[in-house]
Design a protein. Structure first.
Lengths: 214, 447
């Protein structure tokens, strides 16, 4: 476990923020997560790394959860504070041999976009499409990070996105080629539904990678 | 001066305990079964269940009361959650990670001083320096059964498990050391040796080409069996289906000393629950492994672990687990009702399957298991099996042992000299989870 100094907090909406920390000598594989908490505190939670492998800082994208303990506390952290970082953990990562060879579909709900942001920032040359499911448009966190046409916003509560409806509705209407490598991240209900749809479209669990947040 | 050690939880702690005992005995302490007369008491904690954590607290509170009356040093190691570290430091004199075991004598000499420093440095989840721990020669608790650690930690991040966070990352022990330890155990007459790790079939992978992989390790141990001219069985636990290759199964089939018993945890028979558990494999992969086992080693027995009532498990999803039970016809399944484990990812997910439903699912699955286990056991009747005698059976006048496939056998005999020996037993009757038979001869193991 190491202490990392907070450099800045970027508020993206009234509830969602990015914490940028000093990277020190921390290394990770894009897609992995860390556990994070205030220095010395026993309350810690898992957060996917939002920044790229190549950045000289470490970022996480966090949504303050209603009645949530840690996401609420972390929102109050200030530049100069120290946070304890443990990890990196997890296997939600890209296969080196597939980058540049395969077509990727990244499907996320809410802050599940975080590791995907890290993927595309680390490997901008990849052939990919991002499908991001949110309730309202303002949750399209830093969508300008994705080049034109690579990012499709599905909004379920308003018509402002590229598609009005859930990511799973979009997937059903827009089948994908069966040789696509899929990464699904976020809430497990979306992942279950998307999994069924993808399976019907001929994609099996092997090339479907998942990271369940809750 | 006397010491006492409590090992909670899994075989890994039991195995680590053998090394801890050895270090303490080398300092001149003598073992006592009686905590109350010990001057040094340690506990190898387990964080898998809240019950085990509660036990650590209840023990240390009791021991600390004894301190008013006599000199007593207490220590804790094993699987400790970061959230318990702070509290343990206040309660125990010494807290250390297993990799620091060689330094335990030093800590005992100046207890209370090294500890806070250790805590300040934090627990090392990367698990560096574990090699020093492996150099400690264990003080085995049995004369014929032993566990040989081949790796420490786990990199799999199953959402129901805290091991990656408590024991740190997977680190493989050098193969030469493993083979040497197995060889010396066999030469000393050990008959059942279990290669132990949280995730044995990813053995060697952390060394990225600088170490042999698991099939090769098994081959080296298998060759040892061919060379040593002794009878013994090598087991391993536990493997993860994700890293299980056909090659592992081929090697087991090839070598006599590699026991024809495979423990392959399935956890759930439903692809979506497997996703939620972050197992990183689906039923198709699992099915393919079992088919290979049945094809290459038809005589192998198959054991598994199952969790029922995992967060969100629906009736249909549970039915898929039942289907898996009926498809794979396990000889034994360790079925657990899901309970959120502190420190695991799923701990924060709503535990929405009621205890009654979990109990019902546990019961249904156990009944299914009984049918398959009994069918297999019945097929043993009339045949003769090699049995390693483990001790007295619960029934007076009987001895109990295990076949190579780890089927429980009992037979009429009061000859305690047979404990730790191989005997031939002709099976005469079968029960749900055991068989009974008659001993035929006492065949000394070769050599
Ligand atoms: C591998 C992994 C990676 C994660 N990465 C991120 C990330 O990059 N960004 C992020 O914001 N969160 C992420 N999470 C969720 C995060 O770990 C915490 O669960 C979340 O911040 C809530 O913590 P809390 O202490 O505030 O709430 P708690 O007091 O722990 O509990 C609040 C409840 O909210 C639920 N919950 C958790 N996350 C959400 C959510 N996003 N929306 C609605 N309900 C939720 C939990 O299931 C729980 O029931 C990740 C979780 C996992 C398992």
């Amino acid at each position: 476990m190491r202490s990392h100094k907070v450099i800045e907090i970027r508020n993206l909406t009234s509830s969602t923020y990015v914490i940028r920390m000093e990277k020190n000598d921390f290394t990770f594989k894009t897609g992995q997560y860390i556990t994070l908490g205030f220095s010395g505190s026993i309350d810690r939670r898992e957060y996917s790394i939002y920044s790229s492998e190549n950045d000289n800082f470490l970022e996480v994208l966090i949504k303050e959860v209603e009645n949530g303990l840690v996401s609420k506390k972390l929102k109050r952290c200030k530049p100069g504070d120290y946070l304890d970082v443990d990890g990196p953990f997890g296997h939600f990562s890209l296969e080196e041999s597939e980058i540049g060879r395969k077509k990727f579909l990244f499907i996320a709900t809410g802050t599940g976009i975080s590791p995907i942001h890290s993927f595309v920032e680390t490997h901008p040359e990849m052939d990919y499409q991002v499908l991001h499911g949110v309730r309202i448009e303002e949750e399209a966190y830093e969508k300008d990070s994705y080049p034109n046409g690579k990012y499709i916003l599905c909004t379920s509560r308003e018509k402002s996105g590229d598609y009005h409806g859930r990511v799973t509705d979009y997937l059903m209407k827009n089948p994908i080629p069966s040789d696509t490598v899929c990464y699904l991240c976020g809430n497990c209900h979306m992942i279950y539904e998307a999994y069924d749809i993808l399976e019907k479209q001929g994609i099996s669990l092997g090339p479907i990678h998942t990271e369940v947040y809750f | 001066m006397k010491y006492h050690l409590v090992s909670l939880g899994c075989q890994m702690n039991a195995s680590d305990g053998e090394r801890v005992r050895s270090v303490i005995e080398n300092m001149g302490y003598q073992w006592t079964d009686n905590e109350e007369e010990a001057n040094l008491i340690g506990i190898l904690a387990c964080s898998v269940r809240q019950k085990a954590i509660d036990k650590v607290y209840s023990k240390i509170h009791k021991w600390n009361l004894w301190k008013n009356k006599r000199n007593l040093i207490t220590f804790v190691s094993g699987c400790i959650l970061p959230s318990d570290l702070d509290k343990f430091l206040k309660l125990f004199d010494i807290i250390f990670q297993m990799k620091d075991l060689p330094k335990l004598p030093e800590m005992i000499q100046q207890y209370g001083i090294t500890t806070p420093v250790g805590l300040q440095q934090g627990f090392d989840s990367q698990n560096e320096n574990i090699s020093e721990f492996w150099h400690v020669k264990p003080s085995y608790t049995s004369e014929f059964e032993a566990f040989v650690p081949i790796q420490n930690g786990c990199d799999k991040f199953c959402s129901f498990c805290a091991v990656p966070y408590t024991r740190g990352r997977e680190v493989s022990r050098p193969s030469d050391e493993i083979v040497t330890e197995v060889q010396s155990l066999v030469e000393c007459g050990f008959k059942s040796i279990t290669l132990l790790g949280q995730n044995v079939n990813s053995y060697g992978l952390d060394k990225k080409g600088d170490e042999i992989d698991f099939p090769e390790l098994l081959r080296r141990v298998g060759n040892l069996g061919n060379q040593l001219n002794k009878e013994f069985w090598i087991y391993f636990t536990s493997p993860h289906p994700r890293d299980m290759t056909d090659e592992v199964i081929e090697v087991i089939a090839q070598y006599k000393c590699l026991a024809k018993q495979i423990h392959l945890p399935i956890q759930s028979g439903d692809d979506k629950v497997l996703i939620h558990m972050n197992r990183k494999h689906g039923m198709e992969k699992y099915r393919q492994i079992v088919h290979t086992i049945k094809r290459l080693i038809p005589e192998a027995t198959l054991f598994t672990d199952i969790i029922v009532g995992f967060t969100g498990e629906s009736d249909d999803q549970f039915e898929n687990t039942r289907k898996a039970m009926n498809e794979f016809k396990y000889n034994m399944a360790y079925i657990a009702m899901y309970s959120p484990r502190p420190g695991a990812l799923s701990h924060r997910w709503f535990d929405d399957v009621s205890l009654d439903i979990k109990k019902e699912r546990h019961h249904i699955l156990t009944q299914d298991l009984k049918i398959h286990s009994k069918n297999y056991n019945s097929s043993m009747v009339g045949k003769t099996y090699r049995v390693l005698v483990k001790g007295q059976a619960k029934h007076d006048g009987y001895l109990a042992g295990l076949t190579e496939g780890r089927i429980n056998v009992r037979f009429l005999s009061q000859d305690e000299n047979l404990i730790g020996q191989f005997v031939d037993v002709k099976i005469t009757s079968a029960a749900d989870f055991s068989v009974e038979g008659e001993m035929i001869t006492i065949k000394e193991s070769v050599a």
